[in-house]
Design a protein around this ligand. Structure first.
Ligand code: NAD
Length: 346
């Protein structure tokens, strides 16, 4: 029996996680759930955004379903006690090096995209972003350059780091249209040249997947010009940070987009890409679909329940096709209404 750690967090986190939990319960799978506070809720109760008991549950569990953290009440506490630190702590403790961000435009939501409807309609991709290396984690500091103050951040990847993320990306492509585009800046950066060499080497194990390479500036352009050309994109931490947000907005509302961060053993933390949305918390206005779709990713990637994941995704599509819309999608459905519509379609 699989154990799921439920970490609802702050703001709309508990509302959307409760919705996803109802959907998981309705599937009749052999799952157990244990809940623990995280973020501001945990700081309030235990004086730390990621208390030992919460971290311990996340380590014991087969997968973590996470809502969102962030509470304006704690904007002025010391950085290490801010609610957002909980995510960094979990990523580090669980070794979550691969971030999977699907961006897909659901039928009927073409108007929610920042792109022209006919361009947006073709969006159906996954961005695989490396999450624990790159310029964010290299040597950094301030120094003097003659009379000028200088800041520096060192970009680096070693071949093991590139290989493990490349394998996740090739495997992901195998579950889809078998097309992988590796994004780098190999015309300028030595780190990117190594990245490209290693991805080419690993391709030998995945010849059923078509591999292409693209410079990051061109990728940013292609994402708005012709996003339908992409199936799976793999890229480093910095480029992925930017491109995955860009792809999200091309695909529509923030309330629709799930994500996963997984480790070597396919254990993962699954969460909507949105934050705790304090402006609408407690009003029943939150769109629960990003979290419900995150639960589907959890079933597929960590629990080997691809069929159940397909069922959830089909039910979300059906609810949207039937016209149910929360306020972020231009409708009046509450969080509960939308969840009921998904359950009815299941
Ligand atoms: P946000 O994603 O919480 O909200 C941005 C806007 O989108 C708001 O207007 C909000 O109402 C709307 N929105 C977000 N999710 C929605 C949903 N499911 N349905 C309908 N509308 C939705 O981003 P923010 O306002 O910049 O940040 C608020 C807090 O969340 C901050 O404390 C921030 O640090 C935190 N945050 C946490 C995470 C996370 O937990 N992974 C991610 C981003 C931001």
């Amino acid at each position: 029996m699989a154990l799921i750690a439920i970490l609802p967090g702050d703001g709309i986190g508990p509302e959307v996680v409760a919705a996803a939990r109802r959907v998981l319960d309705a599937l009749g799978l052999d799952l157990t759930f244990e809940e623990a506070p995280v973020g501001g809720a945990a700081y309030r109760a235990h004086g730390h955004p990621l208390p030992p008991a919460t971290l311990n549950l996340a380590k014991r569990a087969d997968a973590v379903l996470f809502g969102a953290v962030g509470d304006p009440e704690f904007d002025n506490v010391a950085r290490e006690h801010r609610p957002e630190q909980a995510i960094l702590g979990l990523r580090k403790a669980l070794g979550l090096f691969a971030n999977l961000r699907p961006a897909k435009l659901f039928a009927g939501l073409e108007d929610a995209s920042a792109l022209r409807p006919e361009v947006a309609a073709a969006i159906d991709m996954v961005i695989v972003r490396e999450l624990t290396g790159d310029v964010y984690f290299g040597e950094k500091g301030r120094r003097m350059n003659g009379d000028a103050r200088q800041g520096y951040d060192v970009m680096s990847y070693d071949d093991n780091e590139v290989e493990r993320i490349a394998r996740v990306a090739f495997e992901t492509a195998r579950t889809r249209k078998r097309r992988l585009c590796s994004v780098d800046k190999a015309n300028v950066l030595e780190t990117s040249q190594l990245w490209r060499d290693v991805v080419n080497d690993i391709h030998a194990d995945y010849y059923d997947v078509t591999l292409t390479h693209m410079y990051v500036d061109n990728a940013a352009m292609q994402l708005v010009r012709n996003p339908g050309q992409f199936d799976v994109i793999v890229t480093g931490n910095l480029f992925g940070d930017i491109l995955s947000d860009q792809a999200s907005m091309c695909a529509g509302s923030i309330g629709m987009l799930p994500s996963a961060a997984i480790n070597q053993d396919k254990k993962g933390l699954y969460e909507p890409i949105h934050g705790s949305a304090p402006d609408i918390a407690g009003q029943g206005k939150a769109n629960p679909l990003a979290t419900i779709l995150s639960a589907a990713m959890m079933l597929r990637h960590s629990l080997g329940e691809a069929q159940a994941a397909d069922r959830i995704e089909a039910a979300v599509t059906a609810a949207l096709v039937a016209g149910h819309r929360t306020p972020d999608l231009g409708g009046t459905a509450t969080t509960g209404d939308m969840t009921n519509a998904v359950l009815a379609a299941l």
